[in-house]
Structure formats: structure tokens, C-alpha cells
Design a protein around this ligand. Structure first.
Ligand code: ADP
Ligand code: MG
Length: 385
């Protein structure tokens, strides 16, 4: 048992006066490619990060859910399961409470309640999906404790439902699937319509490469409304084309389809269709063990998000341009947009140079120092102790 597991167990004992029945873990994620394709029923290629959210848990018998987080406000929140419904929980407790509610809604007998203590190393709000890590850690803990035996895609749907209903975030399914279904040294090729998924070898270190995640530490406010507008635009385009979703538009039919669409929808459709293609091509490179070949695809993905989907910003563009000028093989913004993180594929020997160049460029432009972490493809959610 590692020291983090010990720490969470000890904190649980301190808080609740007894030992937990177990400790479960779920990772944050970064998406290699396939951005804003999930709500278009398309494809994406995320991987789990070595940053994880741990949950120590113990069942109760009185129908009470008690929640504490090392990243919370220090208090233990108490929620009776009988009154659990959207709106009943506030702040960060919406995520774990939402999962318990969604399990109960799906007809699972989780009514006894539980004591939970949470501790995470996934940075919050950096686009690395600390919210899904939290939901999925709680979901796997409940699945084990209550002997539910649910398939991972079903746990992912449950966690997604929690985020929709309790946190009011209309997220796609990628984050939860990545947290639940990833494995070491692989990326997860995911069909967001069927939730069919396949692990593709992603041997970065063996190829002398690194994937850096540069958190710009900026989040421009227009993000939330813009996400809903983009989603609505995609749905409208699909409806106009007579398709269930943009995923159903083949790349070969793109030009003909674009000719018949209102001008405002053209760049959205072009991004989604070409991005699905880039996922397919990226998977082909990985299967051919040509990791370097990913570089141009990442950079092309960024251009599409910047010029067609228009969700980049000065800070993410600055990271991409500076990293490429300093010798990176490829780079792109990742996540919802309007700030957040950028991924950079780089040779080992240039990792320091690229990081320094980005930091210097940020200082010159008057931005805060960006934080950089290395994305090592890691295991998905599961029991630790
Ligand atoms: P992201 O998922 O990109 O990190 P979100 O805004 O979707 O950003 O989710 C962040 C929110 O999730 C936090 O504001 C908090 O409410 C909740 N959260 C995530 N991890 C924890 C944690 N360890 N403890 C308490 N709340 C957490
Ligand atoms: Mg989130």
C-alpha cells in the first residue's frame, strides 16, 4: 500500500472515528485528439494521467451520506439520502452526491448511505477533468462496496448523469470513460455514440518522447455560454443535413454538405468532420508505432480549433506557437477552450528548452507562469486498498 493510500486512510479514521472499508482511485485525463467530437457522437482519444482522486469509504446503515474532501472547506457535509435530488447538494458535494443519486435513480440499492473522504492530486479547473475523477472514484467505490458489478460504460453514464443533473454541466461522455477505462501505456480510442472502446499502445518513453501538459492558468469567462452555442450549432447543422449527428457525415461528403449550409455553421461542421478524421489517422500512427507522426496531426487539430471552431485564445496560441518554434513535434489546445491547457509532443532532449521558451514568452507577454506537468499514460479507476 503506498503512502497516499495510508494518508487517506488515516484522515478517514480521524474524521469518522473508524477505518474505511477500502480506498479507490480515479485519474484525471487529457485528450490526445478528438476535441468537441463527443457531443457529436464522434471519436476521441483520451488517456489517463498519473494525477488521481482517491476516495476512502465505509458503508452506513442509517441512510446518511457524509462527505469530506481534503480540498474542501474542512467541514463534513451531511446529506440524508431520502431527500437527495438535483438542487439538494451545493458546491463540490454536488459531484459525489450526484453519483449516489444517479445510482439510486437507476434502481440500485445504495440506500444505506456511506462516509466518504476524498483527496486529489488532479488540478481543479485546469481542463484535466478533476470533476470526472471525483465522480468516477465515488462510482467505483460504490460499485465495489454495494456489489453492483456494473460494466464500466454504465458507471460512466451514471457519472455523466450526475454532472448533468447535479452540477448543471452538460458534459459529453469522454471524461468519465477516460477515467474509468484507461490503462497504462495506452490511449483510449472511444466511439462516443456506442461507447465501444479500445486501448491503443502509446509508448512515449520507449520512443524518447514526452507529452507535456501546459496549463495556461487562464480561463476566459465567455466559455460556458459559448459551449452551449457550439453544441446547439452542431445539432442544428446535423438536423439541416438530415443526419442523427455530425458523426454521420463522411469526410468524402463534406464539401457537398458544406455548400448547402448557412455560412455560420460551415466552420463548425468542417471542424467536427476533419477532427474525427484526425482521430482515425492518429490511431493508425500509434498502431504503426510511429509516435512522431502524431505531431502534425496535433498541430492541424489546433489550427482547426483556432480558425474554424474559434475556441482558442491568445494564451493557448502563444504556447502552441512558441513550443513549435522551439522544436516541439506538435501542439494543440485541449479541453473546452478559451484557456485551460495545451498538450505538447516533444523529444526528451528538447523538453526543457520548450518549457523554458514557453515560460519566457509568457513572462514577456505579461502572463502568469504556466504550470507544466508530464502526461504519462496511466491506469484507469480501481480499488487501491
Ligand atoms: P475540471 O473538471 O476541468 O477540473 P470543473 O469545473 O469541471 O473543472 O470541476 C472542478 C470542480 O470539481 C471543483 O470546483 C470542485 O467543485 C469539484 N472537485 C474536483 N475535485 C475535487 C476535490 N478533490 N474535492 C472537492 N471538490 C472537487
Ligand atoms: Mg470538469
Amino acid at each position: 500500500m503506498n503512502s497516499r493510500t495510508h494518508t487517506v486512510e488515516a484522515a478517514f479514521r480521524q474524521l469518522y472515528g473508524t477505518a474505511p472499508e477500502g480506498v479507490w482511485s480515479a485519474p484525471g485525463r487529457v485528450n490526445l485528439i478528438g476535441e468537441h467530437t463527443d457531443y457529436n457522437d464522434g471519436f476521441c482519444l483520451p488517456m489517463a494521467l498519473p494525477r488521481t482522486t482517491l476516495v476512502a469509504a465505509r458503508r452506513r446503515t442509517d441512510g446518511l451520506l457524509r462527505l469530506h474532501s481534503a480540498q474542501g472547506d474542512g467541514r463534513i457535509a451531511e446529506l440524508p439520502l431520502s431527500g437527495l435530488a438535483p438542487g439538494a447538494a451545493t458546491g463540490w458535494t454536488r459531484y459525489p452526491a450526484g453519483v449516489v443519486w444517479a445510482l439510486a435513480e437507476a434502481g440500485h440499492d445504495v440506500g444505506g448511505g456511506a462516509d466518504l473522504h476524498i483527496d486529489s492530486t488532479v488540478p481543479s479547473g485546469a481542463g484535466l477533468s478533476s470533476s470526472a475523477a471525483l465522480e468516477c472514484a465515488v462510482a467505483v467505490a460504490y460499485d465495489d462496496l454495494y456489489g453492483l458489478g456494473l460494466p464500466r460504460p454504465e458507471l460512466a453514464r451514471t457519472a455523466q448523469r450526475a454532472e448533468h443533473a447535479f452540477a448543471g454541466v452538460p458534459c459529453g461522455i469522454m471524461d468519465q470513460m477516460a477515467s474509468l477505462c484507461s490503462a497504462e501505456a495506452t490511449a483510449l480510442h472511444l466511439d462516443c455514440r456506442t461507447l465501444e472502446h479500445r486501448l491503443v499502445p502509446f509508448g512515449l518513453a520507449a520512443d524518447g518522447l514526452r507529452l507535456l501538459v501546459v496549463d495556461t492558468r487562464v480561463k476566459h469567462d465567455l466559455g460556458d455560454g459559448a459551449y452551449a452555442a457550439l453544441r446547439a450549432g452542431c445539432e442544428r447543422a446535423a438536423a439541416l443535413l438530415g443526419l442523427p449527428a455530425l458523426r454521420d457525415l463522411a469526410a468524402a461528403d463534406l464539401d457537398a454538405a458544406l455548400a448547402g449550409l448557412p455560412a455560420a455553421l460551415v466552420p463548425l461542421v468542417r471542424h467536427v468532420v476533419t477532427e474525427n478524421e484526425r482521430v482515425t489517422r492518429t490511431v493508425a500512427h500509434l498502431e504503426a508505432e510511429d509516435t512522431e507522426g502524431l505531431g502534425p496531426l496535433l498541430t492541424a487539430g489546433h489550427a482547426s480549433l483556432r480558425d474554424d471552431y474559434r475556441i482558442s485564445c491568445a494564451e493557448t496560441d502563444l504556447v502552441v506557437d512558441t513550443a513549435l518554434a522551439a522544436g516541439a513535434l506538435g501542439a494543440r489546445m485541449t479541453g473546452g477552450g478559451f484557456g485551460g491547457s495545451v498538450i505538447v509532443l516533444v523529444h526528451d532532449r528538447l523538453a526543457r528548452t520548450v518549457t523554458d521558451a514557453v515560460t519566457t514568452a509568457f513572462h514577456r507577454a505579461g502572463h502568469r507562469t504556466p504550470s507544466v506537468l508530464e502526461a504519462i499514460p496511466s491506469r484507469g479507476a480501481g480499488r487501491l486498498g
